[in-house]
Design a protein around this ligand. Structure first.
Ligand code: 4NP
Length: 162
């Protein structure tokens, strides 16, 4: 079976989207969906290309049991063909993604917080210029939204139910 491929996207690919990738991968593994789902992340800008995730994000995530292993890379034109779903963290990311998407894109675009019905968060706020609490908030939102996103994909039969 072809894997369902999800790409998480933020501005720099060193804070929010690498954390989203790790949170989602952990949920995929614990629900025994690793053979059905592939997860990656990328940035709108290539400024941090080749860098590990921000140490503040890695440390906040590590305290919840997540290991951030991804290396920053910018979104590539081919991503719109090779991924099934591209998930932005805020409205600015979505604007950029819509601008970059080729007319014959295969990937569906969505905003991660569309899956935050309970908490009402409308974006994953950029934590880069703030303090530790911003990184903790990012993880709270990611855990809620990634769980809901997985359940939605299972409901619509894009993923198996196990
Ligand atoms: P991210 O955070 O988009 O969550 O990775 C940022 C990282 C770097 C910058 C901005 C946001 N920057 O301006 O370099």
């Amino acid at each position: 079976m072809n894997k369902y491929k999800i790409l998480f996207v933020c501005l720099g690919n060193i804070c929010r989207s690498p954390a989203a990738e790790a949170v989602m991968r952990s949920m995929v593994e614990s629900r025994r969906l690793s053979d059905a789902v592939e997860v990656d992340s990328a940035g709108i800008i290539g400024y941090h290309e080749g860098e590990q995730a921000d140490p503040r994000m890695r440390s906040a995530a590590f305290q919840r049991g997540y290991r951030l292993t991804s290396i920053s890379r910018p979104v590539r034109p081919d991503d719109f063909h090779s991924f099934d779903l591209i998930v932005g963290m805020d409205n600015s990311n979505m604007q950029s993604l819509r601008r970059m998407a080729p007319p014959d894109a295969h990937a569906r675009l969505c905003l991660l917080t569309d899956f935050c019905a309970d908490s009402g968060h409308t974006e994953v706020p950029d934590p880069y210029y703030g303090g530790l609490s911003g990184f903790v908030l990012v993880l709270d939102i990611l855990e809620e939204a990634c769980g809901r996103l997985l359940a939605t994909l299972q409901d619509e039969k894009s993923l198996p139910t196990r």
